[in-house]
Design a protein around this ligand. Structure first.
Ligand SMILES: [Zn+2]
Length: 298
């Protein structure tokens, strides 16, 4: 129960935030005022296991000369996770199950860690990077997969643990089966991996999403069609979220947003949502983790 550890950080204590992702891990130290003091990122070699990654995190964090001033940490990771016991339950993309990540990090650094879903952290981070006056915000993260988060009144809304899982909103589609057991989930049509899979099934070419985007810009018809369909699916999902939550701000982020102009027309045909875009720094998850950790330990 790391986040319930009885710690009372000093006023000038630093926080260490870690963002564990399938391809890269990033970390940052924040001052008590929320200022970023140090940032580093490196590849995640998930196949080497969690203990090895934690040692890597330790080595990178200690490059910051003031790391000993940190007294608490927050780690963000893909769900599902058990935030109370600080355990990563099952990260399919990394092949990790039941990893006590908070315990491992606490042992490495000697201070308590709390845990947050990376999508929830992303939404909180977006809120704290210029949307603090927005009473209700939803964030769609469009990258390899599709995640999301909702922030109401400045607080992340997590439901029973997996709220705002926007990637699994069903859309009108071709009857494709999703890994979650559902059919025609948004993620199958508008995520980077979904676009790649569909491009392969239509053309036989195995390309990354960025290459498919480049092909679309060069006039490749199947590539253009797939981005139109991604925009259509995204518009359907955004309209469903608008109907249920009517948030004041819709913010989109992630690598697939780079191709927004290829999706925009179909998106707008489906929904009245007027999208905002997160900055491309990719640091929203760390910033959100900082604010989450600050709230639960104070
Ligand atoms: Zn699904």
């Amino acid at each position: 129960m790391e986040q319930q550890a009885n710690s009372s950080p000093r006023n000038d204590a630093l926080s260490l935030c870690v963002d564990i992702g399938g391809t890269k891990t990033a970390l940052a130290f924040y001052g008590a005022d929320g200022r970023e003091l140090f940032y580093d990122k490196f590849p995640t070699y998930a196949e080497l296991g969690a203990e090895m990654l934690v040692r890597e995190i330790g080595a990178h964090a200690r490059r910051y000369g003031e790391w000993r001033r940190a007294e608490r940490g927050t780690v963000a990771a893909p769900g599902p996770l058990d935030v109370c016991s600080g355990i990563l339950l099952d990260i399919v993309t990394m092949g990790w199950k039941n990893v006590p990540v908070c315990g491992l990090l606490s042992r490495e650094f000697g201070f308590p860690f709390s845990l947050i879903n990376d999508c929830d952290a992303g939404a909180l981070g977006v809120y704290h990077s210029g949307y603090e006056t927005c009473p209700s915000l939803v964030y769609f993260s469009l990258s390899t997969g599709i995640g999301g988060g909702a922030v109401f009144g400045g607080k992340g809304y997590m439901g029973a643990g997996n709220a705002a899982n926007f990637g699994h909103i069903p859309v009108a589609g071709e009857g494709l089966l999703c890994g979650c057991g559902g059919r025609d989930c948004l993620e199958l049509y508008a995520s980077g991996s979904g676009i790649e899979r569909r491009y392969f099934s239509r053309t036989g070419n195995a390309c990354g999403c960025a290459a498919i985007e480049a092909a679309a810009r060069a006039g490749d018809a199947p590539a253009r069609q797939l981005f139109s369909e991604a925009g259509d699916a995204l518009g359907q999902a955004a309209e469903a979220v608008r109907a249920v939550l009517d948030p004041a701000c819709f913010v989109f982020g992630g690598s697939v947003c780079h191709a927004w102009d290829l999706m925009e027309e179909e998106f707008s045909r489906r929904t009245r949502v007027r999208p905002h875009f997160a900055d491309a720094s990719g640091k929203q998850v760390l910033l959100g983790a900082y604010h989450y950790g600050k709230n639960i330990l104070e």
